[in-house]
Design a protein around this ligand. Sequence first.
Ligand code: IPE
Ligand code: IPE
Ligand code: MG
Length: 250
Amino acid sequence: MPSDASAKPEPAPPRHVAIIMDGNGRWAKARHLPRVMGHRAGVAAVRTIVRAAQDLGIEYLTLYGFSSENWKRPVTEVNDLMGLLRFYIRDDLEELHKQGVEVRVIGAKSRLEGDIIDLIEHAQTRTRGNPKLKFVIAFNYGGQDEIVEAARRVAEDVQAGKLKADAVTREVFTSYLATAGIPDPDLVIRTSGERRLSNFLIWQTAYSEFVFTDTLWPDFNKVHLVAAVREFQGRDRRFGGLPAAAGGRT
Ligand code: IPE
Ligand code: IPE
Ligand code: MG
C-alpha cells in the first residue's frame, strides 16, 4: 500500500496526567462490601495505572489519595485510608524504585501520624532522581490550603527582606507551591461520574483538559487510561490564543 504522506503524526501523549480517584465507596456498596474493601481495590488500580502510565510514555502522574476535606469522614474510614497509605508505601516502594519511578508526596504534614511522615520522607529519599515516571501522591492535600501556605511563605520572605514585593510574579509564586518544579497537568481525569475538582490542584489546572468517566476507580484500568489519553489527543488546546492553523502563536 502506498504510504499516505498527508497522514498526521500521532499527537504527543500528555506529559502530566492527574487523576481524581473517586468511587471506591460506591464500588464496595454495589457488592455489599464495607467501604474499606473499595479502598483496597482502589490500591490495586493504583498499581495498574502506575505501570500503564509508564507504558504510555507519561512523564508525570499525580494521584489524589486523600483530600484536606476527607477528615470529615468517620474516624474508622480515615484510619483505613491512613493504613492503606502505610501499607502501600511499605509494600510497593522497592518495586517502584526498581521500575525507576520517583515518588513525591504533596499535601500538609500536619495531622499525619509521625510514622507516616517518616515513611513519606523515606519514599522520597529512596527514589529521588529516578529517571522514569515521576509519581506524585496528593495526600492530605487541598488546593486552597496550598495557595494560602505559599502566600504565607512569600509574605515571610518579603518581611525578611529576601524577596521584593514587586518581584512576586506568577513564576515566583508557583515556585512556592507544593508542586514547584512539576509541570502543570495536561490532562485531569475524574472517575465515578462526579464533575468537580474537589480542591485538587486548583492553581495548576488553569489550562488542563478534563476527562470525566463514569467508571469507578477500582474498575479503572489501562484501557480506560488509553481512552482518556486518546480523547485528550483529539482536543484543541489554545491557551487563550488561536489554533496554529488560524495563525496562532505560541
Ligand atoms: C475515593 O473514593 C477515595 C477517596 C476519596 C479517599 P470515595 O471513598 O470517595 O468513594 P465514593 O465517592 O464514596 O464512592
Ligand atoms: C475527592 O473525592 C478526593 C479524593 C479523590 C482523594 P471525594 O469523594 O472526597 O470528593 P467529593 O466529596 O465527592 O467532592
Ligand atoms: Mg467520593
